[in-house]
Design a protein around this ligand. Structure first.
Ligand code: PLP
Length: 357
């Protein structure tokens, strides 16, 4: 067990109205902190009142973006208990990201202890309205105070919690997507597979352009040939062509290995669908569309779970997918995954972890 020092506050904040939470706008009463010092390792795990951080302006993270983050959720089940969805997957990914960014690894069981302990302390903040959850944001920042460029010798691991609303309050509406041909999100050999703030800073301009043109998100193509599909916005992407489910392979290193992506693949295979993980070009999607074989397209991620694509704007042509409606496979995935996450369906895969034993 990770040895955690508790410094709890009695000054509890007023909880927001569960029907109007939005995403990432409210934060709970406490946060988890743990320091790293070279030679000493990770130390001083503590849960303290949620508060501002005080950092020297020369702190490395502000200048060179040596930072990583994760995102997962805690769900309130019908019996009132609270559970996590495959947290060990997020922790494995956290350490792969750490490795890429020269951030020291965290013992996976310590990371899980930290998440569970913090959610247990602020358990009252896990909302219970349908579709609502408690978003968990672990992140690590480089804290050396100096401007030379090399990996920091000190770090701060922080976990904050945010009650979040239902992503689909007015039902699932398929979104319009812009196929981006100028900007790229990631390249082979870069940080595309790692969950780092820098990837997001780099992708904002594409997102802004798509929004200004009236689209919800960008379809990112590979950074070398601008031909193969990588992701949609900050989600993994799936296409259903002629009854087969196809998602881009992780082999390029430019795609974030989503926990939702992996879960959709396992679930679909267990239901008897053919799922191919391979390179998929935008031209193949367009050809399938013209042949009347593009059945469905959707994004996957922790926030929305499944986000159907109703239209793809491919510069000279607008492809309307499944008449702009959610498809059968997307709907099945959404119902099954959310059912397991909120404890409404039996967890036959053993994917959920209770916060308190
Ligand atoms: C987090 C993230 C995803 C989705 O991963 P999940 O584990 O399913 O939430 C997809 N793409 C990017 C770029 C991401 O940052």
């Amino acid at each position: 067990m990770l040895d955690i020092r508790y410094e709890l506050t009695n000054a509890r904040k007023e909880k927001p109205d569960s029907s109007a939470l939005g995403f990432g706008r409210h934060f709970t009463d406490h946060m988890f902190l743990m320091n790293y010092t070279e030679g000493k390792g990770w130390h001083d795990a503590r849960i303290v009142p949620y508060a501002d951080l005080s950092l020297d302006p020369a702190t490395m993270v502000f200048h060179y973006a040596q930072e990583m983050f994760e995102g997962l959720k805690a769900y309130r089940t019908p019996d009132g208990s609270v559970q996590l969805f495959r947290p060990e997957k997020n922790i494995e990914r956290m350490n792969r990201t750490n490795d890429r960014l020269c951030i020291p690894e965290i013992d996976p069981s310590d990371a899980l202890d930290a998440i569970r302990a913090l959610v247990a302390v602020d358990e009252e903040w896990v909302p219970s309205l349908p579709g609502t959850s408690l978003y968990i944001r672990p992140f690590i920042i480089a804290t050396d105070v100096q401007l030379g460029v090399h990996p920091s010798k000190t770090y701060l691991f922080i976990i904050i919690l945010s009650p979040v609303g239902s992503y689909y309050k007015e039902g699932i509406n398929p979104v319009k997507i812009y196929v981006e041909r100028e900007y790229v999100r990631a390249v082979r050999g870069g940080t595309g597979f790692a969950k780092v703030g820098g990837n997001y800073a780099n992708s904002l301009i594409g997102q802004r352009k798509a929004e200004s043109l009236g689209y919800a998100q960008v379809l990112w193509l590979d950074g070398v040939e601008h031909k193969y599909i990588d992701e949609v916005g900050a989600m993994n992407v799936f296409f259903v062509i002629d009854g087969k489910v196809i998602t881009p392979t992780l082999e390029s290193g430019s795609i974030l290995p989503g926990v939702t992506r992996a879960s959709c693949i396992e679930l679909l295979r267990s239901l008897g669908y053919t799922v191919e993980e391979r390179r998929l070009s935008i031209d193949e999607v367009v050809d399938a569309y013209h042949a009347g074989k593009l059945d469905e397209a959707f994004g996957t991620g922790t926030a929305a779970v499944i986000s159907p694509i109703g239209m793809l704007d491919n510069t000279d042509e607008k492809l309307i997918v499944n008449e702009g409606k959610i498809g059968k496979i997307a709907q099945t995935l959404y119902n099954t995954l959310t059912g397991i996450q909120w404890g409404i369906l039996p967890d036959t895969f053993g994917w959920t972890v209770k916060v308190k034993e």
